[in-house]
Every structure is written in C-alpha cells, then in structure tokens.
Design a protein around this ligand. Structure first.
Ligand code: URA
Length: 264
C-alpha cells in the first residue's frame, strides 16, 4: 500500500509536515534491518552478559523470592530465557485468567520501542501484542512512517498478561510486571520509547498527567528519550485525534533523526 493510501486509511490525507521527507512505505521496500529472531540476541549482545546466566525459574521457585530478589533476578535475564520466565510468572493473579502470556515482539536491537497497556482478547489468544483492531491501526501508522513491526521496532506492553474484560491495569499489577518491562528496555536500549496511552505514560513517567498535556515534548525514562501519544484503541474510539497522534509520530521521527545526525 502506498503512503498516501495509508494516510487516507488513517483519515490523514490532507496533513503533512512542511519539509518532511516522504518516507518510503512501499510494501515491496526491503527493510533495512531484519533482526527479529530472539536468538540473534545471543549473537549480537548489547550488553555484557553476566558470568552465570540465571535460568528462567518455574512458578514455584519464583514464589519463594522477595519482590526485591525477584526484580534483581529478572534484571539479569537474557532474551533466550525471557519469554519462559514471563510464562512461569505468578506475581499477580492475571496468570490465572490469561490464555497466553504476551511478552513482546520485534527487533531486539530496535531503535524504536512502542509500549502499550496490556494484551486484549486477540493478543491473549495469539501471545503477541497489538494483533487486534488497535494493532492494525498501529501497523498502519508504522507503515505511514516507512516502518514495520519487527524491523527496527519492538512492541511491548506494561502488562504481559490480559486483564479480564480489558480493564486497565491495577497499580499492583503494573508494579508486579514492571521488572519485565525494565529488563526489555535495558536489553533493547532503544533510541526512543513511544508510550502509547495513559498506562504506559503513568508507569514510565510516574505521573497522572493527561496524555494531552504530555504530548509534543521529549521526556526521559532513565537514559532513553520518551514521547507520549494516544493509545491506538483510544484513536479507534476518537478518530478525530488520529491527526494528533500522527503529528506525534512525525515529531518523534524528526527528533530521532536529529539525535542520530548529531551522533555522526
Ligand atoms: N492494547 C494494548 O495496549 N496492547 C496490546 O497488545 C493490544 C491492545
């Protein structure tokens, strides 16, 4: 699909930033990087691996650790143990009602990290984030930027297990899942984090401020620059705000390009 067709599908046809180079969103375009497979993390480590890599702990063993001990253990996990560890997690009750855990998906060396709220019904069935209607919109927005999940993009959630009836995460659930998201951020070392919606913004920025007040500037999560935009599910309910979200993504892309240029 061509970029103008994608923008059309997003309801954004007339909108374009002056001076913005048209991204190549041709479906046939070869992605620049293809590092999706998790096992590549071993071939191309981003940080020194601990001498003795702890194993993914089965549920019973996980339960014996204090919250601090648990967080420290998760902070040492390598990619090849990460998904199994999430699958064995019993730190909150969501493990009892989920179908599949949804650890995250994408390029483990991505510059872009998108963080949503938590799996919905489709994600819970498939074990992959953003595969339902909201995910389709996210994919369209990525394509309009000339990007694609898995290529320089990693997608994660605040919660790795579906909250029943798609309710928002409780603070206790978000806290219990936080060490996993922190480990993903530490392993990926993204150049930019995009917080999609309130849950991600609240957790990463420790704020209750509205998305409207957090948009349009670059925040920080530890060393990583972070921008905030509307959650795709919100955009499906409020299509008039799609243009604002597109504006946020173009702003983010420009920021990243200027950071990368200054590093050359
Ligand atoms: N909404 C989210 O926040 N994450 C998903 O993975 C799907 C829908």
């Amino acid at each position: 699909m061509r970029r103008d067709e994608l923008l059309n599908a997003l309801g954004l046809t007339p909108w374009r930033l002056r001076g913005t180079a048209t991204p190549n969103a041709d479906a046939g375009a070869e992605p620049q990087q293809q590092h999706i497979a998790v096992d590549l993390a071993n071939a191309l480590p981003r940080e020194p691996q601990p001498e003795k890599t702890p194993s993914a702990l089965p549920a019973m063993a996980q339960e014996t650790l204090s919250p601090d001990g648990r967080a420290q253990r998760i902070a040492q996990l390598s990619w090849d143990l990460f998904a199994a560890d999430v699958a064995a997690c019993t730190a909150c009750d969501l493990c009892k009602t989920r179908t599949k855990p949804v650890p995250g998906v994408g390029d483990v060396r991505a510059r872009w990290l998108f963080i949503g709220e938590g799996p919905g019904a489709d994600e819970d069935r498939k074990g992959e984030p953003f595969v339902g209607q909201a995910g389709k919109l996210l994919d369209q927005m990525l394509a309009a930027l000339g990007m694609k999940r898995g290529n320089d993009v990693y997608i994660a959630n605040v919660l790795k297990c579906r909250p029943p009836n798609n309710r928002a995460p409780t603070p206790q659930e978000a806290d219990a899942c936080r060490p996993y998201l922190e480990r993903q951020i530490a392993l990926i070392q993204p150049k930019i984090i995009v917080a999609l919606g309130k849950s991600a913004a609240m957790l990463l920025l420790n704020t209750d401020a509205s998305i409207a007040s957090l948009r349009g500037r670059v925040h920080r999560y530890r060393e990583a620059p972070l921008v905030v935009t509307y959650h795709p599910a919100y955009l499906l309910r409020n299509p008039a705000d799609k243009a604002k979200s597109w504006e946020d993504l173009v702003f983010t892309k420009r920021h990243l390009e200027s950071v990368l240029a200054s590093e050359c």
